[in-house]
Design a binder for this molecule. Structure first.
Ligand SMILES: Cc1cc2nc3c(=O)[nH]c(=O)nc-3n(C[C@H](O)[C@H](O)[C@H](O)COP(=O)(O)OP(=O)(O)OC[C@H]3O[C@@H](n4cnc5c(N)ncnc54)[C@H](O)[C@@H]3O)c2cc1C
Length: 402
């Protein structure tokens, strides 16, 4: 399956950042990580920091799966409201999930700073969640209260506040100072460079075709008929895990569309070039980037196949462009790149992270929705704790049997 269309902005912008060879000889390691997207690379860096000898294998080029299509807004606010998550899972698990997402933004900032990865452009931002319709107002008011009870800083903005910050009207908005934006493609490469400096190995264009478990650990077979022996395996294969593991039915696939504008010298009516999204579904969302571009996404659809998705790129791009112009009539925005990607959603909006009873010695990081990168950060923490024999305090809401 093609996880993104050909002209995903980040891949065009940064091109080939580093060369990783395909695997050409048998290997052994402590932990083999399947997938060198943002999830696999964050996990690999965390595990190598703990002293594990890791090998990362990817069937494609590094970070050219859904990572290269990601618009990479970093938000603690997941697609399912906290009030709905409390109704499904109870207050403890729901609040733990939201707090994990909230704290993971700080954690990622620390990791990026510690490794000196300035070129991934991690930038702190404000996030504003718009009530699309009057009937969403009481929902967002209840949501704000639930978040405050979970220790999350959030501010309710009245219609007047919205009008004073933006060039459009909405009946209410939630303003969150805890948010950021990043270049996920560069971030993945930066993490893997650190893994290699510590003696870990990264092989791309190396597809794993079979996984077997024996008394000594796990044996992976690759498409060149080579074996990698590992004590443990982490599946960070995005939406293709079910090709190797019995994980079908956990995640619904969707297609999502995005455009990046030409750099905007000015963006009148767009307060601080903040992250913006809304209650309407499918939603429209927006961020800036260090080059002054607006990166605009949304218009999601149930996934059918990559060809059908890619045929819609131009039409969906025009709709996103029109929405931007309606909201910011004084901004002279021209679209420069348009692309599409595939992402997965779970029924409750939470990722599946940890071991899965059907697969001994394997850990999974699966099922990322609109804020999948934050889930990747959380997955790295939960899995590194599991490998140290401890249950991470964030683990419960993300378990397969939650
Ligand atoms: C258009 C779009 C916009 C998005 N916007 C946001 C956003 O604003 N914020 C956010 O947080 N998230 C966003 N997401 C979601 C986010 O991009 C994903 O959660 C994230 O990229 C998933 O990363 P990953 O590493 O798990 O998957 P991937 O990047 O897909 O990496 C998985 C890797 O596994 C490899 N693989 C698969 N099978 C095998 C095998 N058998 N052997 C070896 N390798 C294998 C693949 O080749 C692939 O490189 C968006 C997604 C899309 C598509």
């Amino acid at each position: 399956m093609d996880l993104s269309s050909d002209h995903a902005y980040w891949r065009v912008k940064s091109g080939i950042i580093a060369n990783y060879p395909p695997l050409e000889a048998e290997r052994a390691c402590d932990v083999a990580i399947l997938g060198a997207g943002i999830t696999g690379s964050l996990i690999a860096e965390a595990l190598s920091a703990d002293g594990h000898h890791v090998i990362v294998l990817d069937g494609r080029d590094v970070a050219t799966g859904s990572t290269s299509a990601s618009t990479a807004l970093l938000q603690y606010e997941i697609d399912v409201h906290l009030i709905d998550l409390i109704a499904q899972h109870g207050p403890d698990k729901a609040r733990t999930a939201y707090r994990a997402c909230y704290d993971a933004i700080d954690l990622l900032e620390e990791r990026v700073a510690r490794l000196g990865l300035e070129d991934c452009n991690f930038t702190r931002k404000d996030s504003v969640y718009l009530a699309s319709r009057a009937r969403d107002v009481p929902i967002l008011q209840a949501e704000a209260e639930a978040r405050r009870q979970a220790g999350i800083e959030v501010h309710e903005w009245s219609a007047g506040d919205v009008a004073s910050h933006f060039s459009f009207q909405r009946p209410l908005a939630l303003h969150s100072p805890q948010a950021a934006e990043v270049d996920a493609y560069r971030l993945a490469h930066g993490m893997l460079a650190e893994v290699r400096r510590r003696g870990g190995e990264v092989f791309d264009r190396t597809r794993v075709t079979a996984v077997e478990v024996d008394a000594a650990g796990v044996i992976l077979q690759t498409d060149r008929k080579l074996k990698v022996r590992a004590k443990r395996v982490v599946a960070a294969m995005g939406y293709e895990s079910e090709c190797l593991f019995d994980t079908a039915g956990l995640v619904d696939l969707r297609s999502s569309f995005a455009i990046a504008s030409e750099p905007l010298a000015e963006a009148p009516g767009w307060w601080r070039r903040c992250l913006l999204w809304e209650t309407a579904r499918p939603y429209f969302y927006l961020r800036g980037d260090g080059d002054g571009r607006a990166i605009i996404g949304g218009e999601d659809l149930p996934f059918r196949n990559p060809a059908a998705r890619d045929r819609l790129v131009n039409r969906k791009g025009r709709i996103l462009e029109k929405r931007f112009h309606e909201m910011f009539p004084a901004a002279r925005m021209e679209s420069a790149f348009a692309w599409a990607g595939t992402f997965g959603e779970t029924a409750d909006g939470l990722a599946y992270i940890g071991s899965y009873r059907k697969h001994p010695l394997c850990y999974f990081a699966l099922g990322f929705g609109g804020n999948g990168i934050i889930y990747s950060v959380i997955a790295a923490e939960i899995i590194r704790s599991s490998l140290l024999g401890k249950q991470h305090p964030w683990a419960l809401p993300f378990k397969f049997d939650r």
